[in-house]
Design a protein around this ligand. Structure first.
Ligand code: GAR
Length: 203
């Protein structure tokens, strides 16, 4: 049984895709043992609780500095004893000590085809605004391992999505979620659950 902790900041539609994927069998042999949000108002916390999943908030506002927040975050994660940590719209930079504690055991979903529209400053709607501004005809989503850079870790899965002429950042965001994110994030977790994360270790 793959024990998964999901880290979230907002609406939690990717979390929902994981919950649904486990329920309908698209994700094998996996349990979400905890959900952690940096934002107490995140609807993702509500989604978790509705599904009977342990959900907690660890907010930087409750700690005197970044180091104390990072320490508390790592302690919470460790408390769930996860095999895999999934960043599903978690808009917090992962502390290096957490990356070192969970080598090749943290994955992230990013709403573009990396290496386009990624790195510092590219998150959420900003990614789709940049894609439309550049005029790309195809975009998509990427699931990748998390290393100490921003969106620089080894790529596990990608899926492309067509850009429409009349797209706004919001319509494009929605299509990328529906056609790519909610598909490849459950697929990536399923593959890791079936094969064990070590087989995916790219090193
Ligand atoms: C998703 O589109 C995810 O790819 C993005 O935030 C959104 C969260 O939505 N993540 C990033 O931009 C990370 N750089 P959700 O809370 O509904 O899953």
């Amino acid at each position: 049984m793959l024990r998964v902790v999901v880290c979230v900041s907002g609406g939690g539609t990717n979390l929902q895709a994981i919950i649904d994927g486990i329920a309908d069998g698209r994700i094998a042999d996996t349990r979400i043992v905890g959900v952690i949000s940096n934002n107490a108002g995140a609807f993702a916390l509500e989604r978790a609780r509705r599904s009977g999943i342990d959900a907690v908030c660890v907010s930087p506002r409750d700690y005197e500095d970044r180091a104390a927040f990072h320490g508390a975050l790592l302690e919470r994660v460790n408390g769930f004893a996860p095999d895999l940590i999934v960043l599903a719209g978690f808009l917090v930079t992962i502390p290096p000590e957490m990356i070192r504690a969970y080598p090749n055991r943290i994955i992230n979903i990013h709403p573009s085809l990396i290496p386009s529209f990624c790195g510092v400053g590219y998150y959420g709607l900003k990614v789709h605004e940049a894609a439309l501004k550049r005029g790309v005809k195809v975009t998509g989503a990427t699931v990748h391992y998390v290393d100490e850079g921003t969106d620089t870790g080894p790529i596990l899965l990608q899926k492309s999505v067509e850009v429409h002429e009349d797209d706004t950042p919001k319509t494009l965001q929605r299509r990328v979620m529906e056609e790519a994110e909610w598909v490849i994030l459950p697929q990536a977790i399923d593959r890791i659950a079936r094969k064990g994360h070590m087989e995916w270790n790219p090193e």
